[in-house]
Design a binder for this molecule. Structure first.
Ligand SMILES: Nc1nc2c(ncn2[C@@H]2O[C@H](COP(=O)(O)OP(=O)(O)OP(=O)(O)O)[C@@H](O)[C@H]2O)c(=O)[nH]1
Ligand SMILES: [Mg+2]
Length: 237
């Protein structure tokens, strides 16, 4: 392996994605051979599809949430010596061809977190409204413009994976908290543009949690950043 080469794992959380996973994996395989699917108690044959396509699979019989699945994936990657993971959704909303753009950005910046940002103007209206509100709320909470806090297409290095194992978030807020942790730790976040893709997929997001849970998560993000700043400014002993 040359000095510039890094060991990367593509990590795909999947919950009831039998309709899309096979096609997504076909495309991911064109980009990298190291692929892990985390099936999380899917009621369809998501796990069988992953198994048949010959990729690595973690599968449990009950659902623990996207965040918990990502933590399981990070542990798996850390134990096997991966330098970084690229996490992407299994529902076809993330074009695997962008994997090379993440890797190029990583070589250029070495940022612990690189996020694929969508053009919100291209998101269908029913999803654009909550996303736009969430973007304004979260950016205000963390004190800087965060173009896409909901995007699950991301690249993380080992340091950040290790830090995220301490998170108590097990659902979708795990990815939102990840941004707050990077800001609190003063770890750079880089962005790449990714295409905005919506098809016939159904969302597993709970609208109730989006309305009431997200503002709570914004307050938590603010608290994480404030507490870290206070810790850094406390008198030296
Ligand atoms: N392992 C695991 N994966 C999940 C879980 N919930 C969702 N996912 C996966 O996480 C990805 C994103 O889930 P979606 O429900 O599409 O959420 P989203 O993309 O933020 O929402 P939309 O914009 O409405 O599609 C998909 O690949 C899902 O299969 C879960 O509980 N466990
Ligand atoms: Mg989706």
């Amino acid at each position: 392996m040359s000095e510039n080469e890094i060991k990367i794992l593509a990590l795909l959380p999947a919950y009831n994605e039998a309709a899309h996973l096979g096609k997504v994996l076909e495309e991911v395989k064109k980009q990298t051979a190291d692929i892990l699917v985390i099936d999380d108690g899917s009621k369809d044959n998501t796990a069988e599809i992953a198994r048949e396509s010959g990729v690595e699979l973690l599968s449990r019989g009950y659902n623990c949430g996207k965040g918990q699945s990502l933590k399981d994936g990070f542990t798996w990657a850390l134990e096997r010596g991966y330098d970084a993971v690229i996490m992407l959704d299994s529902d076809g909303q993330h074009d695997p061809a962008c994997i090379k753009d993440f890797i190029a950005k990583y070589h250029e910046t070495r940022a612990p977190l690189i996020i694929g940002a969508r053009d919100y103007g291209e998101i269908p209206l029913r999803r654009r409204i909550p996303n736009m509100i969430g973007k304004v709320l979260f950016s205000a909470a963390v004190g800087r413009n965060i173009p896409d806090n909901q995007s699950g297409y991301r690249m993380l290095n080992r340091m950040l994976m290790d830090r995220m194992l301490k998170s108590k978030e097990s659902g979708y807020h795990f990815e939102v908290e990840m941004i707050a942790i990077c800001i609190a730790e003063d770890w750079p976040i880089e962005w790449i543009r990714i295409p905005t893709i919506y098809g016939d997929e159904t969302s597993s997001q709970d609208p109730f949690d989006q309305i009431f849970g997200f503002p709570k998560m914004c307050l938590k993000a603010r608290r994480i950043i404030r507490e870290k700043r206070q810790e850094k400014c406390s008198p030296q002993k």
